[in-house]
Write a protein that binds this ligand. Structure first.
Ligand SMILES: [Zn+2]
Length: 198
């Protein structure tokens, strides 16, 4: 759970997935005349270790994150973003995106754990420094079972592409903030229409 996941009321069981997908910020719009700075929270293995540790996902003595492990993590993030970038119906249909996500998920096997209390939980089969990232995969799985994953979407604005949680009742939101991203697109469409006419 992070400040942002709390601010945007992302359910705790999806918060690590939400944060991980948004650790890459590709927004490139200008707001009130100020260009937004793009950012990547994970530019090297040490940053990933810090990201995991900050969420209690880095076990003591788990060892170092090697460059190869770091690449594995970034690949998971890229495929998760592609998958979340599809609307929920397309996710079920787009075999290419699902197949690439599957390949990335292979590096994060999960095992059922009966020691979790009332219900069994999924935990990492890995035991190295990347094991904590399996929590993100377990959240993806659990969300797909209870239906909340369909509400985790990527903003439709090309210059935003931020992952957001759609709390609207019909679950039809397309923009992370309709007052910003939605309006920008509508204004552009309006201008384009009027260009065509005029
Ligand atoms: Zn947006």
């Amino acid at each position: 759970m992070s400040k942002l996941s709390r601010k945007f009321k992302v359910p705790d069981p999806l918060a690590n997935l939400y944060d991980f997908a948004n650790s890459l910020d590709v927004r490139r719009f200008t707001h009130h005349g100020v260009p937004h700075q793009q950012d990547d929270e994970l530019t090297e293995p040490a940053e990933l270790a810090g990201w995991l540790a900050g969420r209690g996902l880095l076990a003591q003595g788990a060892g170092k994150i090697t460059p190869a492990m770091f690449d594995t993590a970034l690949r998971l993030r890229a495929e998760l973003r592609d998958y979340l970038g599809c609307d929920p119906i397309e996710r079920r249909k787009n075999g290419r995106v699902a197949g690439r996500l599957n390949d990335a998920l292979k590096s994060f096997p999960l095992v059922a754990d009966a020691r979790g209390g009332e219900a069994l939980t999924l935990r990492a089969s890995r035991e190295d420094a990347l094991a904590g990232l399996s929590v993100v995969v377990a959240e993806l799985y659990n969300g797909s079972i209870n239906g909340t994953l369909d509400r985790l979407k990527m903003c439709a604005a090309e210059e935003c592409r931020r992952v957001f949680f759609d709390r609207s009742k019909p679950s039809t939101r397309r923009w992370c903030m309709s007052t910003l991203c939605g309006n920008r697109i509508k204004t552009r469409a309006y201008r384009a229409r009027h260009r065509d006419v005029g």
